[in-house]
Design a protein around this ligand. Structure first.
Ligand code: AMP
Length: 308
């Protein structure tokens, strides 16, 4: 099944305790598309870049079979630029600079050939633009949404309208608490599901992720990565792996959503091993399946005879 990805395509400047890059390919749509491309070969990207976007970065996306018909090139300005710094606690980061550039006027136009896409990933952009995407697609099977504090605080009503039209929301724990205005994550999850999405994933950085569906809650640890260099894009990569798996299997059962959460975690665990998108360029199928098995092994709870 086809996957449509809408979001930012960016250049990022990243500083972590382990190194620094001034300018590397990034953006939510980039990470989502690269991760999903390991599961399906018809990932369609809708975004905008400026006159400084270089050929090698186009080629990288093309080398992963990502369809770029929907990637607008706006010659009037530069590509969205984001700069961030991480400290030893890699769960928190400071945004040092955000230059919207051509992204400020981004108007997502979905090419005709993409309008029948069945699996839709709405990366973190203004909630009214996310709805504009939904207005242009015909009969999607599954819509996944990402958002951030900025929209929860600044565009709450718009965000709630968008929430009522999606199947799944993927956010981190602090965003979930803020959106629901509820400190307890289990209660927050119920309140958010009442806003529209039948399912919800709450990411907890190096502590894993929780999946909430009608059948209850499912918990996955984070993979114990030994060499974490750069957490940038881990959340988006998770989303791409999750949706890529669902689109590949076209199975929305609870068990398969759980597998999707593990595949999302597998892809995120690779993403953080190198700076930017480097590690997502040429993984093998075996890398992915092997790490899935390791996830199973590290989270298996042994049975006992039932007596204390
Ligand atoms: P993540 O680490 O999963 O939150 O994703 C990081 C990516 O999000 C980086 O590659 C940035 O280019 C991109 N990003 C940062 N801020 C924004 C924003 N305001 N809108 C869209 N994309 C952003």
């Amino acid at each position: 099944m086809s996957v449509l990805v809408v979001g930012s395509v960016a250049y990022d400047g990243i500083e972590t305790p382990f190194g620094k890059v001034d300018r590397t390919l990034g953006g939510s749509a980039t990470y989502i598309s690269l991760a999903a491309s390991y599961f399906v070969n018809n990932v369609r990207l809708v975004g905008v870049v400026g006159n400084d976007f270089n050929e090698q970065d186009m080629d990288l996306l093309k080398s992963r079979n990502v369809d770029l018909e929907g990637l607008q090139v706006d010659e009037s300005g530069k590509t969205f630029f984001w700069q961030g710094r991480y400290h030893y606690d890699l769960n928190s980061r400071d945004t040092l600079d955000t230059q919207l550039n051509v992204f400020e006027k981004f108007d997502p136009v979905i090419p005709e050939g993409y309008q029948g896409s069945k699996y839709i990933s709405l990366g973190n952009i203004e909630p009214s633009l996310q709805r504009k995407v939904l207005d242009q697609v015909k009969d999607p099977r599954y819509v996944v949404l990402d958002t951030m504090n900025f929209w929860i605080e600044g565009a709450e009503e718009e965000l709630k309208k968008t929430l009522s039209r999606v199947n799944m929301l993927i956010i981190n724990d602090s965003e979930a608490r803020e959106l629901a205005e509820e400190p307890n994550l289990i209660k927050a999850a119920q309140l958010i599901r009442d806003m529209g999405p039948s399912s919800l994933i709450i990411k907890k950085g190096e502590h894993g992720a929780l999946l909430f569906t009608e059948s209850g809650v499912f918990s996955v640890p984070a993979y114990p990565v030994v060499d974490i260099f750069d957490p940038t894009g881990a959340g988006d990569t998770f989303m791409g792996g999750f949706l890529g798996w669902l689109a590949d299997t076209n199975d929305l059962s609870d068990t398969n959503l759980r597998r999707g959460v593990v595949f999302g975690s597998v892809m995120a665990s690779y993403c953080v091993e190198e700076f930017g998108t480097s590690r997502l360029k040429n993984l093998s199928r075996q890398d992915i399946t092997m790490r899935y098995s390791e996830f199973k092994r590290i989270s298996e709870i042994p049975t006992y005879n039932g007596e204390l």
